[in-house]
Design a protein around this ligand. Structure first.
Ligand code: HEM
Length: 227
């Protein structure tokens, strides 16, 4: 294992997580007025409903799928009698489906954003970086399905799960588990971790608020006018 590998997969995850958590906290504390999704609906409605919904269904599905798939301990699957190969097939199918929805959505959003004068005028470099970074991460993830299809025994997937779980439980040997996984997975991991790095500096902060809307299910009605 060389130093670069140890840095990117053993140390960088913590740098990314620290920037993500501390950066979000500081931005929330200091820049409340910039904490928003920067909706473009008022400027141009065209293709927004389709593109935005497909993109969000896909990306939220991918986020929850990655969290459950990577972080559920292997022993849970073994106890339930789910073979590693079967779990890999489920991961490839669910990831492929959600990834395809997300890809169609993000392409619609990109075309919409760059083909409309008013939207182009308000689009910042950061907006472009966010969309293109997510697109690149997504394309790498979808391409990795074809690589996975060549070895369906679930071995690489278990190595990736072990890496993620060792990172989360602060064990120093995490990077050693993914030394031999194909390069495309490593690139996908790096791009995915970097989304957390750019997160606090962009409109992505709205994701915190998005997940927080679950609280609306249990909160009291907001009385705007007595009658
Ligand atoms: C958690 C629930 C979420 C909610 C409620 C939510 C809501 C929104 C809203 C209202 C917009 C503005 C759409 C418009 O232009 O009117 C938006 C845009 C956007 N969201 Fe989310 N979002 C969520 C999760 C996510 C996640 C997980 C990601 C990716 C990590 C994401 C990435 C984006 C991006 C990149 C845009 C800009 C799209 C564009 O260029 O038009 N969102 N979101």
């Amino acid at each position: 294992m060389n130093y670069l590998h140890q840095f990117v997969f053993g140390i960088y995850p913590y740098i990314a997580l620290a920037i993500f958590l501390l950066g979000s906290l500081i931005r929330y504390d200091r820049e409340q007025y910039s904490w928003k999704s920067e909706s473009s609906q008022l400027l141009y409605r065209g293709s927004l409903r389709l593109g935005n919904n497909l993109f969000h269904i896909g990306i939220i599905g991918l986020f929850l799928g990655h969290a459950a798939g990577l972080l559920t301990p292997v022993i849970v699957w073994d106890t339930l009698g789910v073979s590693h190969g079967a779990k890999q097939i489920v991961a490839m199918t669910a990831g492929g489906l959600m990834g395809s929805l997300c890809l169609i959505g993000i392409v619609i959003l990109l075309v919409r954003r760059f083909s409309n004068d008013r939207l182009r005028a308000v689009t910042t470099i950061k907006d472009k970086v966010v969309l293109l970074w997510i697109l690149a991460t997504l394309l790498l993830g979808l391409s990795s399905i074809f690589v996975s299809a060549h070895h369906l025994d679930g071995h690489d997937m278990v190595q990736l799960m072990t890496w993620a779980q060792h990172i989360l439980t602060f064990r120093g040997d995490a990077a050693s588990f993914i030394v031999d996984v194909p390069f495309i997975f490593k690139l996908h991991l790096f791009m995915g971790m970097s989304v957390f790095v750019i997160f606090p500096f962009t409109r992505l902060v709205h994701v915190w608020s998005g997940f927080n809307t679950v609280r609306y299910l249990s909160r009291a009605y907001q009385l705007v006018r007595a009658r």
